[in-house]
Design a binder for this molecule. Sequence first.
Ligand SMILES: Cc1cc2nc3c(=O)[nH]c(=O)nc-3n(C[C@H](O)[C@H](O)[C@H](O)COP(=O)(O)OP(=O)(O)OC[C@H]3O[C@@H](n4cnc5c(N)ncnc54)[C@H](O)[C@@H]3O)c2cc1C
Length: 199
Amino acid sequence: MPDVAPKREIKQTDPKPSLPPGMVLGPDGKPCKICTAFRSWKPTAQNDNAQADKSSGKKNTAAMMAAFASGKGFASTPDPDVRPEHCPPDVEQLGRATWTFLHTTAAYYPEKPTPNQRANMLTLLRSLPVLYPCSHCASHLDSNIRDHPPNVSGRVALSRWLCERHNDVNERLGKPKFDCSIEKTDERWKDGPSDGSCD
Ligand SMILES: Cc1cc2nc3c(=O)[nH]c(=O)nc-3n(C[C@H](O)[C@H](O)[C@H](O)COP(=O)(O)OP(=O)(O)OC[C@H]3O[C@@H](n4cnc5c(N)ncnc54)[C@H](O)[C@@H]3O)c2cc1C
């Protein structure tokens, strides 16, 4: 498990305000943005909002009524959990982008790769634990790859191996496991569903 900032309330008199709950610390002991979900970056956004809601309930109700009256509804209210487009990635966006790249690359990997293709795939996979910017993700991946060496013998074996590594992360994060049959990984990462909705 990553080092996570202890849950401690920020008091105005506190000379060293605590870190937001959920903010992960990097190997240097400092807050690590790329190891943390965006919703945990901001110290007390939700608490502040809740507090503001309590103290200015009437004002907020009036603002909401005005927004609906003008036809805007809630559309202009930014969601504090959603990372604005111009911001650097958080651990989740980086993870989704990396999985997309890896699963797609596996789906299009040759059935019978040349020795050179195998060697390059091995280099790519073995470089991840060294270079992946989320340090605790990288260290979990490192031990996982040691326990389960990559199978780069062909696209079916590689797709399954990668799916199982992703499932190991899913399990650790309490997310559902994915069916690692080639039919399901191809459907998700290569062909799309048979109903044609992605054609
Ligand atoms: C190597 C690596 C290690 C990571 N380690 C951590 C960590 O330690 N802590 C942390 O908080 N986050 C970690 N992440 C990020 C995490 O895995 C997710 O990417 C992130 O939480 C966003 O999750 P998501 O629910 O949007 O979907 P993702 O898990 O990003 O999945 C994207 C899509 O892939 C498909 N999918 C899901 N599972 C599988 C599978 N097994 N095989 C094929 N396709 C699948 C689904 O359609 C899903 O929508 C890691 C990411 C990577 C690449």
